[in-house]
Structures are given as structure tokens and as C-alpha cells.
Design a protein around this ligand. Structure first.
Ligand code: CAA
Length: 411
């Protein structure tokens, strides 16, 4: 067995390098080209160049070692890729979500973990630009847009995940300060973030008793709790945050007292489009590798792609991916036009992440035994796809959001 593997090792290695060194998708379906503008294509190319040259050779080892590299976020910032939707006045590119999703999709093909990292910093940018005071904006937005600062978003707690409005961390007013106390959970990059947008309770129970605060790194009383051991996206650390009587200036409150739940929901509407874009990237990578494999792997005297059992599987994967791309682009375009998009964002997130789970699982199937090994990226994409069905609202919550809006009375 070992000698067989050893014999095939150079072939396997060559195949992996060949697949990874790709300049773009290999399959014969024009998935996005018909809709993308030159700017979107340029952003995609820029992201692909950085991700394949700098990240790809290192990413598998970093995943194993759970190593996050803030310098890559800075490098993405230098390329203008961390502030795509931030206004030019604030140091961003002043573009829209359609450009943002093109770039995120591309990054996710190499690392869903870094794509999520960029998207979560995007949540912080969005909250500050939409609800922040002038001084909060001038202190943070340019730094976040340029990749010189990393942002995080902290809503969930052990007892309040899907039922976000039941959170228990308190923020008690004390003169010109608030004192924050409680434990937050599932905070993406809570350990590397320079600022964390924290939701805490300033009033009575339910959504109207919640406010949003800027928590800065290193403030007394704030410490990191456990780091979750996860099945995928290990470069992106998921943290527990312990707030032990943390005293923060009242001017760190973002928006009015009691607006925190709306702030969080507004940010998540947009965040769900970005998670859907990450799902597109993961699925596209998996389909790409599966198609190549089906073209070159021979069994029973011919490439396995010539068997309908395989080609039909690939056809279904491509159809699902294309449908998801259209849904995600539609949600992004509504957002860019300033139209309501809550329901479409939930639809895009639900469909694209379920699609990514299915497509990556089927890609493992097409590669057979090889697909289950770490020689090929498809098993990693399959693990990464799983979390996308959970983060920024489980897909059950997306159905709730969609169903609620469907049943709203017409006005
Ligand atoms: N935009 C603006 N306001 C909104 C809104 C939206 N999309 N959705 C709801 N609201 C407002 C409502 O209008 C309502 O205010 P009014 O009473 O003034 O009208 C208020 O918020 C309460 O709304 P609901 O009654 O609908 O609230 P609910 O308690 O039933 O919750 C929910 C709705 C959709 C289930 C919500 O709790 C939810 O989205 N849960 C999932 C939370 C989630 O996605 N968590 C993941 C966080 S990501 C993370 O933590 C990881 C990370 O690092 C990024």
C-alpha cells in the first residue's frame, strides 16, 4: 500500500499543484462573465493574484496550525481590498456590494477563513458608517478600510444564539461611562480585532433593551476566554470574550440607547450577502477540481466524466452554483440600488450555503477515495461549507426571516 502511494505521489503532487496554479475556472460554463462589469472583473483578478500567490502555498499548513496572519489583512488593505464598499472619503474604494461579492468569492476559493475575516471587518465598517458618531467614524473607518485595523462583531452568547434578543451581557450607565459585564461567544477574530462591536443590555428584556458599544483591545476587565476547536476555517479564530466590569466611555456607544438590536440586524442583512458570496467561492473551487478530475481520471478504460453517473452529478452541481450566483448577485444589486433587501439576502444566504454544502460533498464523491484525503482541497471546502450554513444566522433562521416577510400584510 505504502509503495503504491509512494509510486503515485509525484502524480498526485503534480495534479494538486496544477489545479492550484490555475489562473481561473476551468469548466466550460460562463458562470459570471455575462453579468460582471470590468471593475468587478479587475477586483476578482487582483484578489485571485494575491490569494493564489501569497496565501495558497501557506494555507494548508496555517489551517493545521490554526495560524491567522494579520499581515495578510494589511496586504489586502494595501491593494484596496478591505474597504471596497467604504466611501472614498473614508479611505475605501466607494464601490458597491456587487464588487464586494466578486472579490470575496475569489478569496473564498483559497480560504473561506480569510474571506470571513474580511467580511466580519466589513460588519464593523458598516455599523460605524451607518450608525457611528463623527468621532467614531474618524477614529476607525479609515483604519478598517485600509486593513490597518481589524474589526469584530459580538452578538451571540452561550444562551442566545438564534434568539439573539435574549442576550444577557449588561451595560450599566455610571456617569460618563458604561460598565459592561458578561460573557460573549462565537466571536470571529475576537483575539486579533482592534475593536469589537459588542451588543449588551442597557434596558429591559427583549430587542428594545439592547445597545451597541465599541470595545477596544486591551481595555481593563476585558480578557479572551476559550478559543473554539473547530472542524474547519481554523485560521479564523472563534473566541469567547469575558467582560468583567469593563468600564468604557459613554461616547463608545454606537447609536441611541435601545437601538442595538436594529443595528445588529441591519448589519447582518448585509453580512448574509457576504457569507453567501463566500459559499459561492467554496463551491466554485470544488466544482472546478471535480470537473478536472472527471476529465483525467480513467476507470474502465475511459475518463470517469464519460459516465453519466458522474457527468449528471457535475451538471447538477453547475446548475445549483449558477442559480446561487444569480440569487447572490440579485441581493447585492438590490442593496446597491438602495432598495429593501432583507428577504433577498436571507434567500441568497440560505440557498448559496446549502448549495455549497451539497456541491462540496458531491465533489468529494467525484474524487472518490482521493477526495477524502488531504491531498486535495475538496475535503477542506466541504468542512468550510458546513459553517456557512450556521454563521450570521442559521439557515433555519433565514427561513424564518423569509417566511415572516412573505406573510406580512400588504400595505
Ligand atoms: N433590520 C432592521 N431591523 C430589524 C430587522 C432588520 N433586518 N429585523 C428585525 N428588526 C427589528 C424589528 O423591526 C423589531 O423592531 P420594532 O419592534 O421596532 O419593529 C425588532 O428588530 C425585533 O424584531 P423581531 O420581533 O423580528 O425579533 P426576534 O426576536 O423575533 O428575532 C430573528 C428575529 C430574525 C430570529 C433574529 O433574532 C435573528 O436574526 N437571529 C439570528 C442571529 C444571528 O444571525 N446571529 C449570528 C451572529 S454572527 C456572529 O455572532 C459571528 C460573528 O463573528 C460574525
Amino acid at each position: 500500500m505504502n509503495s503504491v502511494l509512494w509510486f503515485h505521489a509525484p502524480v498526485i503532487l503534480f495534479f494538486c499543484l496544477w489545479v492550484y496554479a490555475l489562473p481561473g475556472p476551468c469548466f466550460n460554463v460562463s458562470l459570471m462573465d455575462f453579468m460582471e462589469t470590468d471593475t468587478q472583473r479587475q477586483l476578482r483578478d487582483l484578489m485571485r493574484k494575491f490569494a493564489t500567490k501569497t496565501m495558497l502555498p501557506q494555507i494548508d499548513q496555517d489551517e493545521r496550525e490554526e495560524r491567522f496572519r494579520p499581515e495578510w489583512i494589511r496586504a489586502l488593505g494595501d491593494l484596496g481590498l478591505t474597504g471596497i464598499v467604504v466611501s472614498e472619503d473614508d479611505g475605501g474604494a466607494g464601490l458597491g456590494y456587487q464588487e464586494y461579492i466578486s472579490a470575496l468569492e475569489e478569496l473564498a476559493q483559497v480560504s473561506a477563513g480569510y474571506a470571513i475575516s474580511v467580511a466580519v471587518t466589513g460588519l464593523a465598517q458598516l455599523i460605524l458608517s451607518r450608525f457611528g458618531s463623527q468621532s467614531q467614524k474618524s477614529q476607525w473607518i479609515r483604519a478598517l478600510a485600509e486593513g490597518r485595523a481589524i474589526g469584530a462583531f459580538s452578538l451571540s452568547e452561550a444562551g442566545s444564539g438564534s434568539d439573539a434578543a435574549s442576550l444577557r451581557t449588561t451595560a450599566t450607565r455610571d456617569g460618563d461611562f458604561y460598565v459592561l459585564h458578561g460573557t460573549k461567544q462565537w466571536v470571529t477574530q475576537g483575539d486579533s480585532a482592534d475593536l469589537i462591536l459588542v451588543m449588551a443590555r442597557t434596558g429591559g428584556p427583549g430587542p428594545l433593551g439592547i445597545s451597541t458599544f465599541i470595545l477596544e483591545k486591551g481595555i481593563p476587565g476585558f480578557r479572551l476566554g476559550k478559543r473554539e476547536k473547530k472542524m474547519g476555517c481554523q485560521v479564523s479564530h472563534t473566541m469567547e470574550l469575558v467582560l468583567d466590569q469593563v468600564r468604557i466611555p459613554a461616547e463608545n456607544r454606537v447609536g441611541a440607547e435601545g437601538d442595538g438590536f436594529k443595528v445588529a440586524m441591519t448589519a447582518l442583512d448585509s453580512g448574509r450577502i457576504t457569507i453567501a458570496a463566500v459559499a459561492l467561492g467554496v463551491a466554485r473551487g470544488a466544482l472546478d477540481v471535480a470537473v478536472r478530475h472527471a476529465q483525467h481520471r480513467e476507470q474502465f478504460g475511459k475518463p470517469i466524466g464519460e459516465f453519466q453517473g458522474v457527468s449528471f452529478l457535475l451538471a447538477d452541481m453547475a446548475v445549483q452554483l449558477k442559480a446561487a450566483q444569480l440569487l447572490v448577485r440579485h441581493a447585492a444589486s438590490l442593496r446597491d440600488q438602495g432598495a429593501a433587501f432583507t428577504q433577498e439576502a436571507a434567500m441568497a444566504k440560505l440557498f448559496a450555503t446549502d448549495m455549497a454544502m451539497k456541491v462540496t460533498t458531491d465533489a468529494v464523491q467525484v474524487l472518490g477515495g482521493s477526495g477524502y484525503t488531504q491531498e486535495f482541497p475538496v475535503e477542506r471546502w466541504m468542512r468550510e461549507a458546513k459553517v456557512l450554513q450556521i454563521v450570521e444566522g442559521t439557515n433555519q433562521i433565514q427561513r424564518l426571516v423569509i417566511g415572516k416577510r412573505l406573510l406580512e400584510p400588504l400595505v
